[in-house]
Design a protein around this ligand. Structure first.
Ligand code: F6P
Length: 531
């Protein structure tokens, strides 16, 4: 498809002008004062997710120019091509069809293959969940990146729906400090290892799988076929490892988009077949919204466009994610892979160097913990960092007094970021903890907040398998939107290759101490490590 890159559109030039005229000095407080209907006109309803975009540095004109840009870049045609299964991952010559994994039976490409594996995997999950018969009490997922972060994020998020007789462990790092404490508490007889690797070639995963197998045999484990299962596209390699029970998937499922495939087995083990299907259904509902909602009301599209506005016009280099739900504690880590491995690119599809910035740094912690750590910088630091708050209306615990406090905190933070506090206001207040040695004006300067700091609030009624599925799919599509407009391939990850190759070169050198041909720093460090 010969679609132009965003910076080669007329809308890009118009946005530059709009930014200079209205964007740079845009003030949220004035915008709300000018337009009492701002909340309503910048609210978006998507399946399971309500979004308040009104605390962002945009107005209707900004949105119109951004939507013009999307139209010039043929975003709708590119979205349709993606969902149809055209080759969207050009550098690897692959379709990108994680959306097919959550389509109902008979709907969408590869439906028969997908639902065969899904049915088999869910039946297997249910058999393990029958703990009286299976004897399994502990599940250890060994995988890394996309073969770890999805299940590791979703399992605690859906704790309210999880099997109470199963405990989940996630081992990813090749650092032995990861697997050692996990194995210490386990017994082979009631442990199931899930070896999760799309390629079944990843150094970290294979090394940990070998440690697990050796531990299993050394501690009286007998039936590897009952206690080890693999989720992979490389069934032959899993069989060579000695694993008989394997759930496959396909090369058109990218690692960071794979929790909907067999890689989701730990999720199915935790929440069961019906809930796993609800997770898929929630994601599918968001897929339909992405595919059919008009762009002006299409939440993934609007969020992707906002990302471009902030990165390329305001120059904001990062975005902070603050889920006000402890179950979503691993969401920021999950989004780091999803967004930064997808859109952390500096050449376009034609291999040309990009003259503009792409993916922002994505980071965060659950609220309210983040408030007592880095929120200081969000409020008074020199950088403007847009924040994404995720609030959940109803908790699944029965401690309503805590939940009300949590919600009040989340709302207060986005409010404080926006309204700020002037020095005059600070001067008029008492500051009991401030030093009496300083003059009042100086203290007030320290106690004032610039405000006008943007945020988005995503609101879920409840964190359920369905709403979580929709939320994750929302982020997936948003990443596609910004990547498509930037003109990059969001579906490869060549940037991880060089380190892997150099590691293979350094591995034997660490044993032999041979530093021939290495740069001075690496050689110096190597000598210290080998001494
Ligand atoms: O970090 C690179 C990467 O290829 C990720 O994209 C992927 O999710 C991860 O490694 C794990 O790969 P595999 O599932 O093949 O072990």
């Amino acid at each position: 498809m010969n679609a132009p890159r965003c910076d080669r559109t007329q809308a890009w030039a118009a946005l530059k002008g709009h930014y200079e005229a209205h964007g740079r000095e845009f003030d949220l407080r004035e915008a709300f004062a000018r337009d009492p209907g701002r909340f309503g006109s910048l609210a978006v309803e998507a399946p399971e997710v309500f979004a308040d975009l009104s605390k962002n540095l945009i107005d209707i004109a900004t949105q119109r120019f951004l939507l013009d840009m999307a139209a010039e870049c043929q975003l709708e045609a590119r979205r349709d091509a993606l969902l149809r299964g055209d080759v969207a991952n050009l550098t690897e010559g692959r379709a990108v069809l994680h959306t097919a994994l959550r389509a109902p039976r008979g709907d969408g490409p590869f439906s028969t293959e997908i639902h065969d594996v899904l049915d088999r995997m869910l039946a297997y999950a249910e058999s393990v969940r029958d703990t009286a018969r299976s004897g399994i009490r502990h599940i250890v997922n060994i995988g890394i990146g996309g073969s770890d972060l999805g299940p590791q994020m979703v399992v605690p998020a859906l704790d309210a729906f999880a099997h109470r007789g199963l405990t989940f462990h996630f081992v990813s790092n090749v650092d032995g400090h990861d697997i050692t404490p996990v194995l210490r508490g386990l017994n082979p007889a009631d442990t199931l290892f899930v070896i999760a690797s799309k390629t079944f070639k990843t150094q970290e995963t294979l090394a940990n799988a070998e440690v697990a197998r050796a531990w299993f045999l050394a501690n009286g484990g007998v039936h590897i076929d009952k206690h080890f299962v693999a989720t992979t596209t490389n069934v032959a390699a899993a069989a060579e490892f000695g694993i008989r029970t394997t759930f496959g998937f396909w090369d058109w499922v990218g690692g960071r988009y794979s929790l909907w495939s067999a890689i989701g087995l730990p999720i199915a083990l935790a929440i069961g077949a019906d809930n796993f299907r609800a997770l898929l259904a929630g994601a599918h509902a968001m897929d339909r919204h992405f595919a059919h909602a008009p762009l002006s009301q299409n939440l993934p599209v609007l969020l992707g466009l906002l990302d471009i506005w902030y990165r390329n016009f305001h120059g904001f280099a990062s975005r902070s994610v603050a889920p006000y739900h402890q179950g979503l504690k691993r969401l920021p880590a999950y989004l780091q892979q999803l967004e930064m491995e997808s859109n952390g690119k500096c050449v376009d599809l034609a291999g040309e160097s990009l003259p503009f910035s792409t993916c922002p740094v994505v980071w965060g912690e659950p609220g309210t913990n983040g408030q007592h750590a880095y929120f200081q910088m969000l409020h008074q630091g020199t950088e403007v960092i847009p924040v994404e708050f995720i609030l959940v209306k109803r908790p699944t615990h029965d401690l309503p007094e805590l939940h009300t406090k949590l919600l009040a905190n989340g709302l207060a933070q986005s409010q404080a970021l926006m309204v700020g506090k002037s020095t005059a206001q600070a001067l008029s207040e008492t500051a009991p903890t401030a030093s009496t040695q300083l003059d009042a004006q100086t203290v007030a300067r320290h106690r004032s907040f610039p405000g006008n700091r943007p945020s988005t609030t995503l609101l879920l009624d409840e964190l359920t398998p369905r709403s979580l599925g929709a939320l994750i799919a929302l982020y997936e599509h948003r990443v596609f939107v910004s990547g498509a407009l930037w003109g990059i391939n969001s579906f490869d990850q060549w940037g991880v290759e060089l380190g892997k190759v150099l590691c293979n070169d350094l591995l034997p050198r660490l044993g032999s101490g041979d530093v021939t041909g290495l740069d001075g720093s690496t050689a110096g460090l190597m000598r210290r490590l080998s001494a």
